[in-house]
Write a protein that binds this ligand. Structure first.
Ligand code: GDP
Ligand code: IMO
Ligand code: MG
Length: 443
């Protein structure tokens, strides 16, 4: 096993940051392939909380190379702020250690503005986006109006593209009573961004090809989650990028054959931020308790996350469409102290039992989850590092999940710290080969 993909198997915020941080020592390069600074990946380093948005979490390891692929949308101001934030905690990141694809799209000042118009226009059906300009930037990419990072280095082309874009955008903004933008100030600001970004801008695809040939290994860091994928998620309540495994190849300019294994990350319950269907949502005290105990507030926007029981119908779908080899189950410690634990294994829909997920909101809104109830387990999992001490009730719970999902659970995360983790050696070795031993030794 040389290259591994880490992917969110729910609606995002599954704990990808923590798991990527744990796995990074076994890889040479950590690469993001989609999304933008809508992501918030939390890592605890010596007790200190760090949230990464655009830069791969692996960058916290001083000997790793970080890659930002062409599949991302980049807000240059957010990029430089993240570099500054990292510097302020002693993590030096320069162009030798971080590369951004020439073909990545640039988030322009009119994108968040267009997004606010679009969200307001939807009224009650608003998506509840992060308002970072992600959707409108991907819209421009697909409509072929987009400005790419390499364009920032070509003043004439940059000015022309800004002019072309504003000729349309300003008309729309004006029609909705919004302030319009002037070419000059944007051109000057983004030309300066280009000068600052220039050392980081590379042909990422060619770099990854050469490094792979030289025997270097890559950890692909997914953002968001399968159910937020533009094609396979709960459309239209999704993000605008391909979060699924297919996005790796297009988002980095590599062959799909380069993905040697796929690790899915799932919480022991489910959360979602923003609007959209959520069959197992708990709109009661239990939901509030899980949110409180799990500290379920968005790492990017601070919004409260909606909480509910584990949904095996949705997670099985995530395993199927991505070919997930192994799962890491995070935050089971949060379920301690509840009076009962439930997990959904089917939906009741139009008089029959559905076991296969359908992503349409109007189906999911009417689907009634069918639950299995588990006894609460005695004994604590919080910060547990010894698999022998896992409570029997919890072991029954995750073995049942494995059966329902037809996918083994090889990693259990038991707390926020890197070391709060239990790895089942045999299952991990099957996926990670000798890297598994290296990681276990590092604990
Ligand atoms: P990501 O977007 O998938 O990287 O996840 P986020 O960082 O947005 O949210 C996951 C949250 O859960 C973070 O605050 C993590 O510190 C925290 N977390 C991760 N694993 C565990 C765990 O096993 N137990 C507990 N209690 N918290 C965890
Ligand atoms: P990580 O990588 C959870 C959600 C937003 C909204 C929808 C569309 O931390 O798991 P967007 O701004 O992307 O157009 O918003 O997607 N969303 C996330 N939810 N985790 C994320 O990232 C998310 N990134 C976007 O809340 O519902
Ligand atoms: Mg997050």
């Amino acid at each position: 096993m040389s290259n591994l993909l880490v992917i969110g198997a729910q609606w995002g915020d599954e704990g990808k940051g923590k798991i990527v941080d744990f796995l990074s020592p076994a890889f040479d390069i950590v690469a993001r392939y989609q999304g933008g600074h809508n992501a918030g990946h939390t890592v605890y380093l010596k007790g200190k909380k760090i949230v990464l948005h655009l830069i791969p979490s692996g960058i916290l390891h001083a000997d790793k190379i970080g890659i930002i692929g062409n599949g991302l949308v980049i807000d240059p101001a957010a990029f430089f702020k993240e570099l500054e934030d990292l510097k302020s905690i002693g993590v030096e990141v320069n162009e030798k250690r971080l590369m951004v694809s020439r073909s990545a799209q640039v988030i322009m000042p009119y994108h968040p503005q267009m997004e606010r118009v679009s969200e307001a226009q939807r009224g009650k059906k608003m998506i509840g986006t992060t308002c970072r300009g992600i959707g409108p930037c991907y819209e421009d990419k697909a409509a072929r109006w987009g400005i790419r990072l390499a364009d920032l280095l070509e003043p004439e082309i940059l000015r022309e593209k800004i002019e072309e874009n504003l000729a349309i955008k300003n008309k729309i903004l004006e029609a909705f009573g919004q302030p319009v933008f002037q070419v000059g100030p944007i051109f000057e600001q983004y030309q300066r961004f280009g000068e600052k970004l220039a050392p980081f801008i590379k042909d990422v695809s060619a770099y990854l090809y050469q490094q792979s040939k030289a025997g270097k290994s890559i950890l692909f860091e997914g953002a968001q989650g399968v159910l937020l994928d533009l094609d396979h998620g709960t459309y239209p309540y999704v993000t605008s990028s391909s979060c699924t495994a297919g996005g790796v190849a297009t988002g980095l300019g590599i062959s799909p054959k380069q993905i040697s294994g796929i690790l899915g990350i799932a919480k022991a319950y489910t959360t979602r931020v923003g609007s959209g269907p959520f069959p197992t949502e708990l709109k009661d005290e239990t939901g509030e308790l899980i949110a409180r105990k799990g500290d379920e507030f968005g790492a990017t926007t601070g919004r409260p996350r909606r909480c509910g029981w584990f949904d095996t119908v949705a997670a099985r779908y995530a395993c199927r469409i991505n070919g997930i080899d192994l799962l890491a189950l995070t935050k089971p410690d949060v379920l301690e102290g509840l009076t009962e634990i439930k997990a959904c294994y089917a939906y009741e829909y139009k008089g029959s039992k559905l076991k296969d997920f359908l992503s349409d909101p109007y189906v999911l809104d009417r689907a009634q989850p069918v639950y299995r109830t588990f006894p609460v387990w005695s004994g604590s999992i919080h910060c547990l590092r010894d698999q022998e001490k896992l409570p029997a009730g919890f072991v029954d719970y995750f073995h049942w999940l494995e059966d329902e999902l037809e996918t083994p659970v090889g990693i259990i995360s038991t707390g926020v710290a890197r070391e709060d983790i239990i790895c089942f050696k045999e299952k991990c070795s099957r996926l990670l080969g000798t890297k598994a031993e290296q990681l276990l030794e590092g604990l």
